[in-house]
Design a protein around this ligand. Structure first.
Ligand SMILES: Cc1cc2nc3c(=O)[nH]c(=O)nc-3n(C[C@H](O)[C@H](O)[C@H](O)COP(=O)(O)OP(=O)(O)OC[C@H]3O[C@@H](n4cnc5c(N)ncnc54)[C@H](O)[C@@H]3O)c2cc1C
Length: 405
């Protein structure tokens, strides 16, 4: 239990990093408030993976059975060439690693499990956002968009790639944003494709169209990703401009299900459009404000490791803050523990892009040659993901009360 003079912590964001941090801070005697801009816990969503060190975090929370129950058990990913013919089909583990009982589940299902584990112990404020932060050295005065004012000892941003907390405490996102040269749109649509526990990826240099049947449900996730030299900043606040941008990039791709995907994207009411980017920062804290998960070091979906980094980050930050004599030391130790692990996992995005959205004809040819190998059970990214995901030995903190059975 902490006796630290920095017990009152505000966490911004209730997706993966936020509830994990809140859970472990509470277990170690901190008084935690979580503010989330969405009106409620957001269920559903695209599938994410928990693997390597992150499985240890979930296990120590006693949540492994609950996340395993939501495992979607994808069986196959089929890659198509330019004219829509199958090049090869592999197991998902071949692409994304998976020797150690990885779990794949909808992002929102993980959020629901994490939230349920901590909701009775932590003050959740849904439908609100930090408006201003003022760190005077002895504490942080916070005003919320709802109008309320509170004072906290520490504030931690767990509010994702475009973190608002980061912008308030560290300045504009551009300083830390590393655009990887891709944009994407994702949405859900009826499963009119007869797909079951599987994904299909069509790609030509610079463009990929994906249908992913998460489990045997009636819905599939559609996904269109493409290269673009500059991030389309103009389209950011305009959903119509986003759809038009995506549709224009796939115009003329009258092959396979691409036209149907483009049409569905234009009709869908849950389109999620973003750039594919990473966050690289020289420091993950300034004064009494820290960052965790994507807010600190988003690796992009091309790494397949964002959720696992968010889980590990929440666990390690809570452990280090509880064990350290000062919050500055706690933030510094958290960073020392994780820097190398994060760098190795961010580097996976290079492999991911050459498999999912190859940029050039030679990238496509290299990937397809691996898929055509008789022993194609493992194309190169899978091994690299396994190495990076297990590159951290999860610390056990003195005095920690662990939830593992
Ligand atoms: C299409 C796609 C596919 C992906 N696939 C994978 C995968 O296969 N494997 C994997 O590991 N990862 C994957 N990821 C990445 C993964 O989703 C993220 O890395 C992970 O969710 C990061 O968790 P987080 O808690 O740090 O941030 P986020 O999940 O981004 O959550 C941020 C939270 O903060 C809230 N918020 C935002 N702004 C504010 C504000 N101003 N005030 C209060 N709250 C705010 C948001 O509503 C949200 O709840 C994928 C991502 C995308 C987009």
């Amino acid at each position: 239990m902490t006796t630290a003079p920095f017990r009152r912590v505000l966490v911004s964001g209730a997706s993966i990093a936020g509830p994990t941090l809140a859970y472990w801070l509470h277990r170690r005697g901190f008084e935690v408030t979580v503010v989330e801009k969405a009106g409620a816990v957001r269920g559903g969503g695209y599938p994410i993976d928990i693997r390597g060190a992150a499985l240890g975090v979930v296990d120590r929370m006693g949540l492994l059975p609950a996340v395993r129950a939501a495992h979607v058990d994808s069986r196959r990913i089929t890659f198509l060439d330019a004219d829509g013919s199958a090049v090869g089909a592999v197991s998902p583990e071949s692409v994304s690693g998976g020797t150690g009982g990885d779990v794949e589940l909808p992002r929102g299902a993980l959020t629901e499990v994490l939230h349920a584990a901590v909701q009775d112990d932590v003050d959740f404020r849904f439908g609100d956002t930090i408006a201003t932060l003022h760190d005077d050295g002895d504490g942080v005065d916070v005003t919320f968009v709802s109008g309320e004012r509170r004072r906290f000892d520490l504030v931690v941003g767990a509010d994702g790639l475009h973190s608002h907390t980061r912008a308030l405490a560290f300045g504009p996102e551009e300083q830390f944003h590393r655009y990887l040269g891709y944009c994407f749109a994702g949405w859900t649509m009826p499963n009119e494709f007869g797909l079951d526990h599987e994904g299909v990826i069509w790609s030509v240099p610079g463009r990929a169209a994906v249908i992913y049947a998460v489990g045997g449900t009636d819905q599939v996730h559609g996904f269109l990703s493409f290269t673009r030299d500059d991030p389309p900043l103009d389209a950011f606040r305009d959903p119509r401009a986003q759809r038009e941008l995506v549709a224009a990039r796939f115009a003329g791709d009258d092959v396979w299900e691409v036209p149907r995907l483009v049409a569905a994207m234009q009709e869908a009411d849950d389109v999620f459009f973003d750039v594919v980017s990473q966050i690289h920062m020289p420091r993950w804290s300034t004064g009494r404000v820290g960052l965790v998960g994507d807010a600190a070091h988003a690796p992009s979906f091309l790494s397949g490791q964002g959720s696992s980094l968010a889980l590990v980050g929440g666990y390690v930050l809570a452990g280090e803050l509880a064990a350290a004599p000062t919050y500055r030391e706690g933030f510094a130790r958290y960073e020392r523990r994780l820097r190398d692990f994060v760098a190795q996992n961010q580097a996976l995005a290079d492999g991911g892009r050459s498999v999912i959205v190859p940029r050039t004809e030679s990238d496509v040819a290299r990937r397809d040659a691996a898929l055509r190998e008789p022993d194609r059970t493992r194309i190169p990214t899978g091994d690299a993901v396994d190495r990076a995901a297990t590159a951290l030995e999860l610390p056990v903190y003195p005095g920690a009360v662990d939830g593992a059975a």
